[in-house]
Design a protein around this ligand. Structure first.
Ligand SMILES: Cc1cc2nc3c(=O)[nH]c(=O)nc-3n(C[C@H](O)[C@H](O)[C@H](O)COP(=O)(O)OP(=O)(O)OC[C@H]3O[C@@H](n4cnc5c(N)ncnc54)[C@H](O)[C@@H]3O)c2cc1C
Length: 456
């Protein structure tokens, strides 16, 4: 039975497929595979662009191992089964009056897949999803299930939060959640020159700031999401959990808070404009490459302004129905403008034009050994190309620019980096490899991608 990822950039034909529904069943599958000389990979939702989950050995499909195990409303600690998707997580947290402090821009990933690749959202004072992990339970290569946290086996914890499944199969993940909160969203086109000139101020002045730049257009789409209720408010009982409506009354910033967006407008803006209409533009551009630059300018010029408020996860998450390929690098935040200047100059010289916008986000430094934001405040630059269009020259150019700035590639997005480069990019890389040697000396959890990034 073959397996393929969302983007169609990786596929596999595992010798075996398991659907474990307990930690014991995960342990059993790992033990049997190891005895039979097979490698093991856990499958998430297949939303990595890299072949991170690929295996010719035993594939563990954890889609049946989902849901909340326990939740403590007072502390906000919530333990989930590893196959839980972010969509399922958001719905379950909402019922409890809790939320994730920060999220990426889709909710299809599993919690385990997201943390294993260092998935992040945006916010100068906020960190990626793995930094919201308080504890892990994982099944090691010898079939034993172990727990780790900041106080219990801290080295394993520092290594395992972002580890591409190289240390074992995550069985449960304990998340540090926050009281549910609403966001006031403001999305509007601004001239790119203005956005770049005001980048520091915009990043510092908003809880979640990001922008999209269409490579041949003059405007960027700027997204500013700000909390209406504060993240350190005490947990709210389920019956009184904040909605966008109640949050309007309790607006903490004293600023004018926009009303919720009606369903019909949400459908029009996000499904019709960002997916159906944009998809049609992309198909036209792919069929007639000479039309790409004018179409790209048209897309940039037709960006509209929208302001609304909604529960946080509804603002963070958008639907992405138009397929693309992507590469993303985290660069030191102070080098962002230089990286973008070089990228703008380089894009103008590409033989094949670029259909998709560049996305720029930001995150605070964290202490997770293989986190792309380890030890430094980071700006994320993500480049995309519409599926089926040439992208290699563009991605190579970007990789060289980001590499010169000391960039670290997203573990789940396309890149060509190897152990030598990555060893220089991550101060604790050798410590990670040491934990890998201790936990998986015979490389039960190996695959070609792990060999590329971590060595044999
Ligand atoms: C449309 C789209 C939008 C995206 N948006 C963002 C974004 O906003 N921010 C961002 O940072 N990234 C984003 N990504 C990238 C995505 O979040 C990551 O690639 C993420 O890893 C995908 O999760 P998954 O569940 O699909 O995992 P998979 O891609 O299936 O697996 C990823 C890795 O995790 C491992 N793994 C999965 N489950 C386990 C487990 N139980 N134990 C051990 N290892 C495990 C796999 O073996 C593999 O190595 C996006 C991707 C797409 C396609």
């Amino acid at each position: 039975m073959t397996w393929q990822n969302w983007a169609g950039t990786a596929s596999a034909a595992p010798a075996r497929r398991h659907w474990p529904r307990s930690t014991e069943e995960i342990a059993d599958a790992v033990t049997r595979a190891a005895q039979d000389g097979l490698t093991v990979r856990a499958l998430g939702s297949g939303h990595s662009f890299t072949p991170a989950a690929v295996t010719s050995g035993a594939a563990l499909d954890l889609s049946g191992w989902s849901g909340i195990v326990s939740a403590d409303l007072a502390s906000g600690l919530v333990t989930v089964r590893s196959g839980t998707t972010i969509r399922e997580l958001n719905a379950a947290l909402d019922v409890l009056g809790l939320a994730m402090a920060n999220l990426g821009d889709i909710d299809a990933q599993t919690v385990s897949g997201a943390i294993s690749t260092g998935t992040h959202g945006t916010g100068a004072r906020l960190q990626g999803i793995a930094a919201q992990v308080a504890g892990l339970e994982l099944v090691l290569a010898d079939g034993s299930a172990v727990s780790c946290s900041a106080t219990e086996r801290p080295d394993l914890f520092n290594a395992a939060r972002v580890s591409l499944g190289a240390l074992g199969v995550l069985s449960t993940v304990t998340l540090q959640c926050v009281p549910a909160f609403a966001l006031a969203a403001d999305e509007r086109p601004l001239p790119l020159e203005e956005v770049l000139g005001r980048f520091g101020e915009l990043a510092a002045g908003n809880d979640h700031f990001e922008f999209y730049w269409f490579p041949y257009g003059k405007n960027a789409l700027v997204k500013r999401n700000n909390r209406i209720t504060r993240g350190d408010d005490p947990p709210v009982p389920p019956t009184a959990r904040p909605t966008a409506k109640s949050a309007i009354v309790s607006g903490a910033r004293g600023a004018q808070v926009p009303p919720p967006m009606p369903q019909w407008r949400r459908f029009l803006e996000y499904e019709v404009m960002e997916n159906a209409a944009f998809g049609a533009l992309c198909r036209t551009g792919r069929a007639i490459p000479a039309a790409i630059k004018p179409l790209n300018r048209l897309a940039a010029a037709s960006l509209s302004k929208r302001s609304y408020s909604a529960p946080s996860h509804e603002v963070f998450v958008t639907s992405r129905r138009v397929k693309f390929v992507e590469s993303e690098y985290a660069v030191p935040v102070e080098s962002l403008l230089d990286v973008l200047t070089e990228l703008r100059a380089g894009v103008a010289r590409l033989a094949d034009p670029v259909m998709f916008p560049v996305e720029v986000r930001i995150a605070a430094a964290d202490d997770i050994w293989l986190s792309t934001a380890y030890g430094r405040d980071s700006a994320y630059v993500a480049i995309h190309q519409y599926t089926g269009m040439p992208y290699q020259e563009y991605f190579k150019l970007f990789e060289s620019i980001a590499g010169s700035a000391g960039g670290r590639p997203h573990w789940g997005k396309m890149h060509m980096r190897d152990t030598v480069y990555l060893g220089g990019a991550y101060p604790r890389f050798a410590d990670f490899l040491k934990v890998r040697d201790e936990t998986d000396p015979s490389r039960v959890f190996a695959n070609p991608y792990l060999q590329q990034v971590f060595g044999a």
